[in-house]
Design a protein around this ligand. Structure first.
Ligand code: MN
Length: 268
């Protein structure tokens, strides 16, 4: 029998060597799920998501002397999560549009990170524009096809759920993509999806745009994905990191909480 590792290091062996040898850093882009995890709030006439709940089944006690485990419940769109195309009416008839039918290779893709942290600190309703992405491209190169476009805002550093959701009588005030940017990212850059740090991929005020919720409507209508409530985007390079984002395989699932990992190479 031949030993492939001996004869040929192989791509996977190189990758694993990089991870175990420390050359490749694994960055966790996931918020910790607990009862305080902020849950998206929709206009009151619409249905609402369950918050995350956890109830102990046993903890090495009379209910199970050797066993610690919990029951959990939550909406599909809780904490750091994956939005599948079937989540929006525009994507409802696409093939392979749900968490159980999206081809698994789609859960591995590179990321481009646009730093909007200073803009979002100044204006919670800040919208990422085409011009800003083009300015990023001047420095870091063109957004490659099949990339995630990630909007860094440092919004995930708001540890108080009230500040994080930032609701008032007019709705939520959180940053997101400009309505002109979303079709441009799909048609001109062929992105795999859009991610950010706030509770949804669309801006908090996106229900008032000419096309309401453009990131949901257009991305999902064109078979693209969403990754809201990311964190640690400040630990990623502007380009070149690799994201691993598999949602739970819920039959006809519209999304699920996901542990998002980024593989990062040391910068030259
Ligand atoms: Mn969602």
């Amino acid at each position: 029998m031949t030993n492939p590792e001996k004869n040929n290091p192989g791509l996977l062996s190189s990758l694993l060597g990089g991870i175990t040898g420390g050359g490749i850093q694994v960055v966790d882009l996931t918020m910790t799920l607990d009862q305080k995890s902020p849950t998206i709030v929709l206009p009151p006439e619409l249905g609402q998501s369950w918050p995350f709940r956890m109830e102990e089944i046993s903890r090495y006690d009379h209910r199970g002397p050797a066993i610690y485990w919990n029951n959990i419940s939550c909406g599909e769109h809780t904490g750091t999560h994956f939005d599948a195309p079937i989540h929006w009416i525009s994507g409802k008839d696409l093939p392979n549009n749900a968490t159980d039918t999206i081809p698994p290779e789609m859960f591995i893709a590179q990321a481009c990170v646009i730093d909007c942290s200073a803009d979002a600190a100044e204006d919670p309703d800040y919208l990422l524009t085409i011009e800003q992405v083009e300015a990023w491209e001047e420095k870091h190169g063109r957004v490659p096809p099949r990339s995630w476009l990630l909007m860094r805002t440092d919004w995930s550093l708001k540890s108080n759920p009230v500040d994080y959701l930032n609701l008032d009588a007019a709705g939520a005030h959180t940053p997101g993509p400009h309505e002109d940017l979303v079709p441009w990212l799909i048609d001109e850059r062929d992105v795999i999806g859009f991610g950010g740090e706030a509770v949804g991929t669309d801006a908090g005020q996106a229900q008032h745009f000419n096309l309401p919720y453009p990131c949901h409507h257009l991305m999902h209508g064109r078979g693209r994905f969403g990754l809201p409530a990311l964190t640690n985007l400040d630990k990623l390079p502007p380009s070149g990191s690799l994201l691993i984002t598999p949602p739970l395989k819920i039959r006809q699932g519209s999304g699920s909480p996901v542990r998002v990992l980024a593989l990062v190479e040391p910068q030259a």
